[in-house]
Design a protein around this ligand. Structure first.
Ligand SMILES: [Mg+2]
Length: 456
């Protein structure tokens, strides 16, 4: 797969590469892990928050949402917006809102994401959370006698259930019980890492997961595939666990050194060039390794937790792993026949509109009465083209998510999600092993983009 470039990145200059672990260095089996998260949230809503038993019977349908959507907590809605925050699609619970209803609720068609009533669906964890939110809204509307909390409180308690599943270790415990059910083993990733190492790049892992869990996943995904190293601790110069990102990038937090044999920790003053740690901060890594800012590339999967803060605070170069990308690119290829059809129909429509304007020009400029019959014929033509257009658009959208269409597009514009990637990631890809087709000395350069005035 291709690595996509937003901003020039010269790999020759990169001296250290830092990796987030979960969903970046280590891939999860998406379906199984989302199902697990969904089930845990349901359990907690019933057990801890006393929700009706009907909640336990809900079934996970991952297609009901995509990453990048926005939740309107006041109204119980899921919204898809463009990078300019313009609303393109909206659902109330599981019911699609038509244009009129959208107009009524969101005058002006824009949402202000600074408003606390909106929550964004940005992490991989947030997909089951958003699906369950839509289903709960639907359940509440259909069962007023069950006294569900209002839409806002539903969201709050759902988020609480999600946080609790992370905090109390219930998700991680399930992974621990059957690693192969949830975690992908990928020899190509290890191959890529060993190659980067050959080119004298320092490799760092910076994860918010604790040491036990980090060890579990690295033992399973790295060590069995190593060819030039014996153990993952030889491959990675530094492994920072429980890193508390994004604070890792901004605050001066203390490092603890972990004894790999016992897992016991002790205070340490560094230098932080090799080893296994808990906590710590980016500034100490930079200082002790004599590198800074642009010499370091960091790869993560979470725009807010991984990328945004470090870009602002440390000026490291950034790469984003977007797991939906592979499928999205495949679908674009399949959709090309419809895209040509849509372009042709749009060209036809524009031509008819020009002809219509010419008819009216006679009335306005020459004061000749316009021929009503001719005008009507043109309008009929437009109507006919519009019907064909909406059919072709629907066919094309069907190749993507059946409810929400593309992840990276909202109509003619980029989606908010795609906008974020463009803004914060220097390069992006669907998985780390996509580096295998590129030399570790590659000069990544963005393609020149055509501006509207250059297209004439
Ligand atoms: Mg992650």
């Amino acid at each position: 797969m291709t690595i996509y470039v937003n901003r020039t990145l010269n790999m020759k200059q990169v001296k250290a590469i830092g990796f987030d672990m979960d969903h970046t260095l280590v891939r999860y089996k998406k379906k199984a892990f989302e199902q697990l998260t969904y089930d845990e949230m349901k359990k907690k809503l019933v057990k801890v928050h006393g929700y009706p038993a009907a909640v336990s019977k809900l079934e996970f349908d991952p297609e009901k949402t995509i990453r990048g959507l926005v939740i309107d907590k006041d109204n119980g809605n899921l919204i898809k917006i463009s990078l300019h925050s313009r609303i393109k699609q909206a659902y109330h619970g599981l019911k699609e809102l038509d244009y009129k209803e959208q107009m009524r609720l969101y005058k002006g068609h824009y949402v202000d994401l600074n408003d606390a009533r909106y929550a964004t669906i940005d992490t991989t964890f947030s997909v089951p959370y958003a699906v369950l939110y839509a289903q709960l809204v639907d359940l509440k509307d259909k069962n007023p006698q069950d006294n569900y909390p209002d839409y806002r409180k539903l969201e709050k308690q759902l988020l609480d259930a999600l946080d609790m599943s992370h905090r109390d270790g219930s998700l991680k415990n399930e992974v621990r019980k059957d690693v192969s059910k949830f975690i992908v083993q990928d020899a190509e990733t290890v191959e890529v890492l060993e190659r980067l190492k050959k080119y004298e790049k320092k490799l760092w892992v910076i994860t918010n997961s604790d040491y036990d869990y980090t060890k579990l996943l690295l033992d399973y995904t790295m060590t069995p595939f190593l060819k030039e190293h014996k153990h993952w601790s030889e491959l990675f110069d530094i492994v920072v666990t429980s890193a508390m990102k994004p604070r890792f990038f901004t605050d001066n937090l203390k490092f603890l050194e972990i004894d790999p044999k016992t897992g016991l920790m002790k205070n340490t003053e560094g230098p932080f060039q090799h080893g296994l740690f808990q906590g710590g901060c980016a500034t100490a890594l930079e200082k002790d390794n004599g590198i800074a800012g642009e010499d370091i590339l960091y790869l993560g999967d979470h725009i807010f937790g991984d990328i945004l803060t470090l870009k602002k605070a440390c000026n490291w170069r950034t790469a984003l792993v977007v797991e939906e990308l592979e499928e999205e690119v495949d679908n674009y290829k399949k959709a090309s026949q419809f895209l040509t059809k849509i372009d042709d129909l749009m060209a036809k429509k524009t031509q008819v509109e020009i002809e219509l304007d010419e008819l009216y020009a006679k009335e306005f400029e020459l004061k000749k009465k316009v021929d009503k019959k001719q005008v009507q014929e043109q309008f009929n033509l437009i109507k006919d083209i519009d019907l064909k257009l909406s059919k072709a658009i629907k066919e094309q959208q069907k190749l993507f998510n059946p409810y929400w269409g593309e992840v990276m597009r909202a109509g003619q514009e980029a989606s908010r999600f795609a906008g974020q990637i463009e803004k914060y990631a220097c390069i992006y890809m669907s998985k780390i092993s996509d580096f295998k087709d590129y030399s570790p000395r590659t000069y990544f350069r963005p393609k020149k983009r055509t501006l509207p005035h250059e297209m004439d």
